[in-house]
Design a protein around this ligand. Structure first.
Ligand code: CTP
Ligand code: MN
Ligand code: MN
Length: 498
């Protein structure tokens, strides 16, 4: 009935969605992809609004596809619109915001996509029976019982929470810091953007404070407390100082108290003795504060792989950290290197370091020999370093080794860049624990340990899993074994971006 009339003039699959990306206007909002429904709007008004949005840096597709994030309609007849949408055979309609033209008008006025509020939504009216489709009861308070991909539908909230968490961390207020980190983590796991405060009902880890921040963001697109923090001199300075490799919050605070505010202040202060790590941090600041790409991570993997296999043919190399979780970019690249012969693994890293030195690509190395002692298991203080042999490196990466080239700054004409690399070398019988512990995310690890302790009476760290009731260690050769011991469903690495 409505279908024929509602099908837009440009039909599905008649040409690829990419073809409709604006060619001349600069895209400012990569994460937003609009589709304007022609019905009621009419084709000439639709093309006028399309031009307008593109000139303001929005992506507007002519074809409705799974890549579209915002559908805008002038037709407030929700039922017919939704009937048509459901007929479009999209993979996941719940990823798309279906919005009234008022959202579009406001966004054009502001020159940016305004936060979606309830009044903007054209809600599906059809399924009247049953409760509204809220994710509620299903969401666990533990990140290790949630599946969190790199796709974050609530970045507008989680970015704000992370600013506040970091600010509390700088003030050593662990409670509120953790509260905001947990809240951010819960929102990251949701399959859609939170459209209004009512939709957070029943979600764990969202308290008064976090909800107040969310409400402001929903209403005004920003939160006062976050804006205030971002413009705070202390926050800005500590953020700047801790962005240097080798500078933690304690050192940053000390420098701030001395009245130092910039890198040149620090470097000009004669009474400050930078350690080796900090000196390299400043020396390579531009490079290592730049994100490492997947292609660069792969190139570094090849270099380390060659080194490991030159030492022993049955050497084992595994990518871990953020890149194992499927991230496109990282602040470093993390690897596990080991060998099947127990005890032999401790000599691997020193030999690798030797080789990198001879190749002339070792720019900095902080090597920490193994202090692993089975009799002292488990060491369950979170964030406490594990006891395996490890090193924190800065390597020189040649552009010629990277498929598609380096992720260098514009105007940088060098054919190399410096990158941070971490290597850790657990004995083979600890491999699964080390892999699980170094894959992260940090929030996922925190909650795994908290879950083990609170729900199972077990202690988990990067070395082992201990059952306090049975007073015994639980062996594991794979990550799946550890999840099974904990009575947890297996969570894939790419679902651990909590
Ligand atoms: N880790 C650890 N012991 C250390 C350093 C790191 O157990 N001494 C773990 C962290 O808990 C984290 C993982 O190793 O889960 C990776 O750490 P890091 O490289 O800092 O973070 P990523 O998640 O890889 O993020 P990024 O992409 O920014 O590097
Ligand atoms: Mn990393
Ligand atoms: Mn790391």
């Amino acid at each position: 009935m409505f279908h024929a009339a509602m099908v837009p003039r440009v039909r599905k699959r008649s040409r690829p969605a990419e073809a409709s990306v604006p060619r001349h206007d600069e895209v400012k909002f990569e994460d937003v992809r609009l589709y304007l429904v022609e019905r009621k709007m009419g084709s000439s008004r639709r093309s006028f609004l399309t031009q307008l949005a593109r000139s303001k840096g929005f992506i507007v597709d002519n074809v409705l596809s799974d890549m579209v994030t915002h559908v805008v309609s002038e037709d407030c007849q929700a039922s017919s619109l939704w009937t048509w949408l459901k007929d479009c055979a999209l993979k996941n309609l719940s990823n798309i915001q279906v919005l009234d033209i008022s959202w579009f008008t406001e966004s054009m006025r502001e020159g940016r996509p305004v936060a979606v509020e309830t009044r903007h939504l054209i809600q599906d009216t059809l399924p009247t029976e049953g409760p509204p489709p809220t994710p509620v009861a299903a969401v666990s308070q533990y990140a290790c019982q949630r599946r969190t991909t790199i796709e974050n539908n609530n970045k507008i909230f989680t970015d704000a929470f992370e600013v506040l968490a970091e600010s509390y961390e700088f003030s050593e207020l662990e409670g509120p810091c953790l509260a905001f980190r947990r809240a951010a983590s819960v929102l990251k796991s949701l399959p859609m953007a939170v459209p209004c405060l009512a939709a957070t009902q029943g979600l764990p880890c969202l308290g008064e404070h976090t909800k107040a921040v969310m409400e402001e963001i929903l209403r005004y697109g920003r939160a006062f407390e976050v804006e205030k923090t971002l413009s705070d001199e202390r926050y800005q300075t500590l953020k700047l100082f801790t962005s240097v490799f080798g500078v933690g919050p304690k050192t940053a605070e000390k420098w701030y108290r001395r009245g130092l505010r910039s890198f040149s202040d620090i470097l000009a202060e004669p009474s400050i003795q930078l350690n080796q790590m900090q000196q390299s941090g400043f020396l390579h600041y531009e490079d290592i504060s730049r994100a490492v790409s997947k292609a660069e991570a792969r190139a570094l993997g090849n270099i380390i792989d060659e080194a490991v296999h030159a030492i022993t043919p049955d050497g084992i190399l595994a990518l871990t950290g953020g890149f194992r979780r499927g991230k496109e970019f990282g602040h470093d690249v993390d690897f596990i290197v080991t060998t099947p012969e127990l005890g032999m693994e401790t000599s691997l890293i020193p030999i690798i370091i030797n080789r990198l030195t001879r190749q002339g690509i070792l720019l900095y190395c902080d090597y920490q020999a193994s202090t692993f002692d089975k009799s002292k298991l488990p060491c369950h203080r979170f964030e406490a370093m594990d006891h395996f042999a490890k090193c924190f490196l800065i390597l020189r990466l040649e552009g010629s080794q990277v498929e598609g080239g380096l992720n260098s700054a514009e105007g940088d004409s060098r054919d190399w860049r410096a990158v941070r690399v971490d290597l850790v070398s657990p004995p083979m019988d600890r491999y699964a624990f080390a892999l699980l512990g170094w894959t992260g995310s940090r929030q996922f690890e925190r909650d795994l340990r908290r879950f083990a302790r609170m729900e199972r009476g077990m202690l988990l760290d990067n070395h082992a899993l201990y059952d306090k009731t049975k007073k015994e260690f639980l062996a594991a050769t794979t990550e799946r074994d550890i999840f099974a011991h904990l009575g947890l469903e297996y969570i894939e690495p790419w679902q651990r971006n909590a």
